[in-house]
Design a protein around this ligand. Structure first.
Ligand code: GLA
Length: 393
């Protein structure tokens, strides 16, 4: 069944009510930051390449107000019914795990000379967890947005995103690229962001046509090895670039790669081949979507999946099944293209579909996925949603 999540307005209201019942006063600031889905351009960001993500209509919300205790931030998490008291002057990696994203962002603002106000905070979210939809980036960017609101300062969205990325590196131990935090901070309603991850230049593509939609299909699989494998892929890409005598794979051509193949070995060769071809596909797919050439964009999505599965080896059996099922449904069944999205090893696939056929497509995928894997997938559609912002209360 297609899920019907709470709207941002409903989520905000619930968070506000919870704040009042938990802390006995009204919040002074409420901020929201979205999860994201990447249409195409996977594992290209840390290679200085191109990505093409959008914000989704799933948000992490933080509500806060000053508290009397000095140098403390108390956070109550509605999702886990857990609380944590963070000492602003003694930041380190600690339990619960989700609090590290907040600790890391506090540290980032402190490093930039910001005096962090003491606060009581409520955190709420409807971004699926562990689904590759950047629930962690949403929390990092929401934390930055709240700190700025409370401290009465305004950093650039780029700085806010970079602080989030550093928190992920230093406090969660994930050597991620810049895509997730950039899109959560900068996302625009009804637009997809083409980001050059080297120059940070952006180009926006409007998707206003109501006849096409993005369907997010969560395999509900999370493989444990994911974070270690992510670091390994990064290292393999860096190795390939080094052998070709360049800083970033973004600058490599297929010809250069072929010339270095023997010296490089098969694994780094395949990883680099994915990155080089994915960068090209991303630019072409963005152009196709800009011109409403949906069939063409869909083909690039299928090719991207093939490359991620065979050359970059970050897919898994369940995601491959979803893409296979989508391919079988095909254009006559309303699907232009489909691919895994995000870091991989489980999580979600994204499909570009005809809006009128969403219901039928959803039913068919659910049944076929269950039959192929024995698992239940969750499916929802999302328009490109607005990035992090303060909510008027
Ligand atoms: C994760 C990382 C991103 C990016 C993607 C793969 O989401 O956080 O920086 O590398 O994987 O495209």
């Amino acid at each position: 069944m297609t899920e019907l999540p709470l709207t941002l307005k409903e989520l905000t209201l619930k968070t506000k009510e919870k704040y009042i019942s938990y802390y006995g006063c009204a919040p002074q600031w409420i901020v929201a930051a979205p999860g994201r889905v990447n249409i195409i351009g996977e594992h290209t960001d840390y290679n200085g390449g191109f990505v093409f993500p959008m914000g989704i209509e799933r948000y992490t919300i933080l509500a806060g107000a000053p508290c009397s205790e000095s140098d403390k931030i108390k956070v109550r998490c509605m999702r886990f019914n857990e609380s944590v008291l963070i000492n602003i002057n003694k930041l380190n990696r600690s339990e619960p795990i989700w609090s590290n994203y907040i600790r890391g962002v506090i540290a980032g603002y402190q490093e930039r000379g910001v005096k962090i106000p003491s606060m009581n905070v409520i955190m709420n979210s409807n971004v699926p967890l562990g689904g590759g939809l950047s629930s962690s980036a949403a929390l990092e960017v929401a934390t930055g947005t709240l700190i700025e609101a409370a401290a009465g300062i305004e950093f650039s969205l780029q700085d806010r995103a970079l602080i989030g990325q550093k928190a992920e590196h230093d406090y969660a131990g994930v050597p991620c690229g810049i895509m997730d935090q950039f899109i959560s901070a900068m996302a625009r309603k009804d637009q997809i962001m083409l980001l050059d991850c080297r120059s940070y230049e952006t180009r926006w593509t409007s998707i206003k046509d109501p006849d096409v939609s993005f369907l997010i299909i969560n395999s509900n699989v999370k493989h444990q090895l994911a974070s270690g494998e992510y670091g390994k892929r990064r290292a393999e890409c860096e190795n390939a670039a080094k052998i070709m005598g360049i800083d970033l794979l973004r600058d490599a051509t297929l010809q250069q790669l072929e010339n270095a193949k023997v010296q490089m070995g098969n694994t780094s060769y395949k990883r680099a081949k994915h990155v080089i071809t994915e960068n090209e596909r991303t630019l072409k797919a963005a152009e196709a979507l800009e011109k409403s050439q949906f069939e063409e964009a869909g083909q690039y999505m299928y090719q991207s999946h093939e490359s991620l599965s065979k050359d970059f080896e970050v897919s898994c059996e369940e995601l491959d099944q979803i893409v296979l099922i989508a391919h079988k449904i095909g254009l006559s069944g309303g699907i232009y293209g489909c691919r895994m999205t995000g870091g991989g090893f489980g999580g979600c696939a994204i499909a570009l579909v005809k809006t009128t056929q969403i219901q039928q497509i959803t039913q068919t995928i659910e049944v076929a996925y269950k039959k192929a894997t024995g698992l239940t997938c969750s499916i929802f559609s999302s328009r490109p949603a607005m990035g992090a912002h303060k909510i008027q209360i």
